[in-house]
Write a protein that binds this ligand. Structure first.
Ligand code: NAD
Ligand code: UDP
Length: 344
C-alpha cells in the first residue's frame, strides 16, 4: 500500500468462490481489511483456508438473500455472490434468481447505509445468444426470458437495473462489470464449466466432452487479468455510470480449446460429442474498448499462458500426474487465434 492509499474495509460477497477468493487475496495484499460473506453453495473453504489466520480477514458464513449484518464501517462492497456455471446455477434456479435480485438489493442497502462504493459482478450472459459480434456494452442483448438460462441471465440483468437505479437516484456509488468467461486455479473441478471440465477429463484420460459441434466460440480471460480489471473499475475516480466489459478478446472455438488442452496436457483422451444445451450462446467475444479507455485496462495473458498456469494446479489439486510427453512448447492448432489473443 502506498502512503497515499487509505486502508479500506471491504466486503466481498462470494469471496470463497473462484474469482472472489483471488479478489480477497489481492485486496489483502494491497493492505485492506476484507470481510468475506459466502454461503458455500459453490465456493470452498479450501479457497480461503490460507487467509483464515490473516489478521485483516474475516469470514461470515451467510446467504445474501438474507439481510447481512456487519458491525464494521464499510468503504467498499464487491458483489460476486452467485453460482456462475450453467449446471450449478440451473440446479436451484429460483435461488439463483433470488440471489441476483434480493441478494443484490440487500447488499445495495448495506452500501447505502455505509456510504460504501458498490461493484456488481454482472456477466456477458446479459447479451444472451448475441446477434451482434463482438459484444459492445451498448448492445441490449438477445435473452430468452423463459428458458433454463433465464434464472441467471435475467437475474443479472435485474441486478444491473437495481444498481443503475440506485446510482441515478444518488443513493449508491454503484458500478457494474460484465465479466466474460474467466478461468484459472481454484475453479471447482466439478462445477461443469468448459475449461475445468476439459482439463480434468484430459488429466484423468477420460473422453473430452464437447457439447454440439464444438464450433461455438468463447473468449477466455485469465483470473488475474479479470481481478485487475474489476479492482480498477471499483477504484477509478469518476464512476463511468455505464457497464464495462472485462474479458480477453482472443476468441476460440470449443474444439480449438479442446485441442489446446490435449496438446498441453499430453493427454490421449478421445473427444466425445454430447447434445448442445438449450439456448447455448453460439458466439461470444468482448469489445473491450471501453475498459481500455476508462480504466487503461487490457488483459496480459493469452490463453496458452493462462492454461500453463492452470493445468498444473488441477494436476496437483486432484493428485493427478501430468503425462510425461507433455509439450513444453505450445503449438495450438489455431496459430491465428492465439496471435489474435496476444495482439488484440
Ligand atoms: P463461483 O461459483 O466459483 O463463486 C460464486 C461464489 O458465490 C461461491 O463462493 C458461492 O458459494 C457464493 N454464493 C452463491 N450464492 C450465494 C448467496 N446467495 N449468498 C452468499 N454466497 C453465495 O463463481 P465465480 O466464477 O467465482 O463467479 C463469481 C461472480 O462472477 C459471479 O457473480 C458470476 O456470476 C460472475 N461471473 C463469472 C464469470 C466466470 O467466467 N467466472 C463470468 C461471468 C460472470
Ligand atoms: N461446453 C462443452 N463441454 C463441456 C462444458 C461446456 O462443450 O464439458 C460448452 C458449452 O456448451 C458452451 C461452452 O462450452 O458452449 C462454454 O460453456 P461454460 O459452461 O464454460 O460457460 P458458458 O459460457 O456457456 O456460460
Amino acid at each position: 500500500m502506498t502512503a497515499s492509499t487509505k486502508k479500506k474495509t471491504i466486503l466481498v460477497a462470494g469471496g470463497a468462490g473462484f474469482v472472489g477468493s483471488h479478489l480477497c487475496d489481492v485486496l489483502l495484499a494491497d493492505g485492506h481489511r476484507v470481510i468475506c460473506v459466502d454461503n458455500f453453495q459453490t465456493g470452498s473453504m479450501d479457497n480461503v483456508r490460507a487467509l483464515r489466520n490473516h489478521p485483516d480477514f474475516k469470514l461470515i458464513h451467510g446467504d445474501i438473500c438474507e439481510p447481512i449484518i456487519v458491525r464494521e464501517q464499510l468503504d467498499q462492497i464487491y458483489n460476486l455472490a452467485c453460482p456462475a456455471s450453467p449446471p450449478q446455477y440451473q440446479a436451484d434456479p429460483i435461488h439463483t434468481m433470488l440471489t441476483s435480485v434480493v441478494g443484490t438489493a440487500n447488499l445495495l442497502k448495506l452500501a447505502e447505509k455505509n456510504g460504501a462504493s458498490f461493484l456488481q459482478a454482472s456477466t456477458s450472459e446479459v447479451y444472451g445468444d448475441p446477434e451482434q459480434h463482438p459484444q459492445h456494452e451498448d448492445y441490449w442483448g438477445h435473452v430468452n426470458c423463459t428458458g433454463p438460462r433465464a434464472c441467471y441471465d435475467e437475474g443479472k440483468r435485474a441486478a444491473e437495473t437495481l444498481c443503475f437505479d440506485m446510482l441515478r437516484t444518488g443513493r449508491v456509488d454503484a458500478r457494474v462489470v460484465r465479466i466474460f468467461n474467466t478461468y484459472g486455479p481454484r475453479m471447482s473441478p466439478n462445477d461443469g464449466r468448459i475449461v475445468s471440465n476439459l482439463i480434468v477429463q484430459a488429466l484423468r484420460g477420460e473422453p473430452l466432452t464437447i457439447y454440439g459441434s464444438g464450433e461455438q466460440t468463447r473468449s477466455f480471460c485469465f483470473v488475474s487479468d479479470l481481478v485487475a480489471g474489476i479492482v480498477g473499475l471499483m477504484n477509478v475516480s469518476a464512476n463511468p455510470g455505464v457497464p464495462v466489459n472485462i474479458g480477453n478478446p482472443g476468441e476460440f472455438t470449443i474444439s480449438e480449446l479442446a485441442d489446446l488442452v490435449l496438446e498441453m496436457t499430453g493427454s490421449a483422451s478421445p473427444i466425445k460429442h454430447l447434445p448442445l444445451p438449450v439456448d447455448d450462446p453460439q458466439r461470444r467475444r468482448p469489445d473491450i474498448g471501453r475498459a481500455k479507455k476508462l480504466l487503461d485496462w487490457e488483459p496480459r495473458l493469452p490463453l496458452s499462458e493462462g492454461l500453463a498456469l492452470t493445468i498444473p494446479w488441477f494436476a496437483e489439486t486432484l493428485d493427478l500426474k501430468l503425462p510425461k510427453q507433455r509439450s513444453t512448447t505450445i503449438r495450438p492448432r489455431s496459430e491465428r487465434a492465439l496471435a489474435a489473443a496476444v495482439h488484440s
